[in-house]
Write a protein that binds this ligand. Structure first.
Ligand SMILES: Cc1cc2nc3c(=O)[nH]c(=O)nc-3n(C[C@H](O)[C@H](O)[C@H](O)COP(=O)(O)OP(=O)(O)OC[C@H]3O[C@@H](n4cnc5c(N)ncnc54)[C@H](O)[C@@H]3O)c2cc1C
Length: 500
């Protein structure tokens, strides 16, 4: 009798074990792009996600934040209407509740797009559960187990909420909660001015909210060049009160919430905490596996194959603790998915680093940052351009900003750039294209630059960098049909005499 019961229990356990070629944990950007690669090769896969579908980017990240920034910048623009002869702007006002509804409507449309992209396989391949490793090939989903030849971890990241802030959920928001608010109060603090915090600080200030922004240092939007950090801090201080010190929650007070920094105390209605994100790995049971974890609990993996040690487990997107940026999550998902389903663990070339912060002016870091070049002891020159009198920026009434490009002294190659510039997203893309093509300063200088555009500032910065190097700017700034570039040899006059 007893052995029969045990037999039945075993049989049901066997029935609950599903075997597939590949299991993907996480249906965010990285997990979905991993699935795309896997589905090209096999039908034997599952995608497991125990959270809310739609991706971090569409639900609480890139898209709602940009929608809010758009409203804020559109409203802010009213301040120059009168000088342009556009009258009546003093009568404009902003309904914050409606603005947030608008943001959520756009957000919902983006989320619907993601769900729509899953419809062909969702019914048969998707499992709405949390996964936890039992061993290197087995996942425990609670009431069932999945055995897979290879597994992709694409579990994303979550906002960091340090211990001191954890008890104040009524007053302290993070980026997951901000866009869910029915409206926004008049006094807010933003803690952390990294890319997400800086965007939120600017947007809330331009929605008419009194903002105190508190950040440990001036690495606003990820800038590392000290000159640009100071400049970005100056510009930010024109939009909101800025404090560079550690923020400390004091707790609720009668009419709001008290927050301290640098020896001062502010009373605000709500705080947006934006002090970084942590990979979602805690519940996966990785510490039970025979793999090495770094001090953040992220499995040691090869960044070019995304393979964890010598296992058949791959890690992609924010979960990998690398560049927490959408196009990188997408790339990593493809790399991990491809390697999970193919033999030989292919090595993939990473794109030129490109990070953009949608403040106004926008901030971008392209290629190698000033700090990276310094840490790597690379001998580089810095070419600069200012937007204070830049023609197009003046016309746009956005004449503030700086562009710093970094070029290798020996080769003249463009290695990196940092900028805070009007519509800097476009300049950042142009710079990343130049770096991806490994163009030197001179080659880049010979590209066409239309007038009047913001991109002309790059010409200025290239010229400035070249004039500090042995590879001087060419004597005449256009290419000759044949022979070496003009300026490489001392030119001769009509009588054949060499000119200096
Ligand atoms: C406010 C904000 C603004 C941003 N703006 C930009 C921007 O402008 N540009 C840009 O490039 N990037 C931006 N990002 C970053 C970008 O959104 C992320 O890098 C990207 O979305 C990460 O994708 P992912 O696939 O790694 O994770 P996610 O999309 O978060 O997917 C992870 C999934 O894993 C699931 N999961 C977690 N644990 C488990 C488990 N144990 N079992 C099963 N499922 C699990 C989760 O439910 C989730 O669905 C922003 C982020 C934020 C927060």
């Amino acid at each position: 009798m007893e052995s029969e019961a045990r037999y039945e229990a075993n049989a049901s356990r066997v029935a609950q074990m599903r075997t597939v070629d590949i299991a993907v944990i996480g249906a965010g950007t990285a997990g979905l792009s991993a699935r795309d690669e896997i589905a090209k090769v096999t039908d034997s896969y599952v995608v497991i996600d125990g959270g809310t579908l739609g991706t971090t980017c569409a639900r609480v990240g890139c898209m709602p934040s940009k929608a809010l920034i758009q409203v804020a910048n559109d409203f802010h623009r009213r301040q120059i209407f009168a000088e342009q002869g556009i009258l009546g702007s003093s009568g404009l006002s902003l309904d914050r509740a409606k603005a947030l509804t608008h943001v959520r409507q756009l957000r919902d449309a983006f989320v619907r797009g993601v769900l729509e992209s899953m419809k062909d396989w969702r019914r048969t391949k998707f499992i709405p559960k949390h996964a936890r490793f039992k061993d290197l090939h087995t996942l425990d989903l609670g009431d069932e187990k999945i055995r897979a030849d290879a597994i992709v971890i694409a579990t994303g990241s979550r906002p960091l909420r340090p211990q001191a802030w954890q008890t104040f959920s009524e007053h302290v928001l993070d980026t997951d909660l901000l866009f869910e608010q029915s409206t926004l109060p008049d006094r807010m603090a933003v803690v952390g001015l990294g890319p997400a915090g800086a965007e939120i600080g600017y947007a809330l200030a331009r929605l008419g909210i009194e903002i105190v922004a508190i950040s440990l240092d001036k690495a606003i939007g990820g800038l590392s060049d000290p000159e640009l950090q100071d400049y970005a801090a100056l510009l930010a201080s024109r939009e909101m009160e800025t404090v560079f010190a550690e923020a400390e929650p004091k707790g609720p007070v009668e009419t709001g919430f008290a927050i301290a920094a640098g020896g001062r105390i502010w009373e605000v209605d709500k705080v947006v905490l934006s002090v970084g994100r942590r990979p979602n790995l805690a519940g996966l049971g990785l510490d039970q596996l025979e793999i090495d974890l770094d001090d953040q609990g992220v499995p040691m993996h090869d960044p070019e194959t995304l393979r964890i040690g010598d296992t058949n487990i791959y890690i992609a997107g924010d979960a990998s603790g690398g560049r927490a940026i959408l196009h990188e999550a997408n790339d990593e998902g493809r790399m991990a998915g491809y390697n999970a389903v193919h033999s030989d663990n292919h090595c993939f070339r990473r794109r030129v680093p490109l990070a953009i912060t949608f403040t106004d002016p926008q901030i971008a870091v392209v290629g190698r940052s000033w700090r990276t070049l310094r840490n790597e002891n690379i001998d580089f020159v810095k070419g600069t351009a200012s937007f204070d009198r830049q023609g197009r920026a003046v016309i746009m009434r956005e004449a503030q900003g700086r562009l710093h490009i970094f070029a290798d002294c020996a080769s003249g190659q463009l290695l990196g750039a940092e900028l805070i510039a009007p519509a800097g997203e476009h300049l950042a893309h142009l710079l990343s294209c130049i770096m991806a093509q490994n163009l030197g300063l001179r080659d880049a200088f010979m590209l066409p630059f239309y007038h009047p555009t913001l991109e002309e500032s790059l010409r200025t910065a290239l010229h400035d960098a070249m004039s500090q190097m042995s590879a001087r700017p060419p004597a005449i700034e256009i290419l000759r049909c044949e022979g070496p570039p003009a300026g490489d040899k001392a030119p001769t006059d009509k009588q054949g005499r060499q000119q200096q």
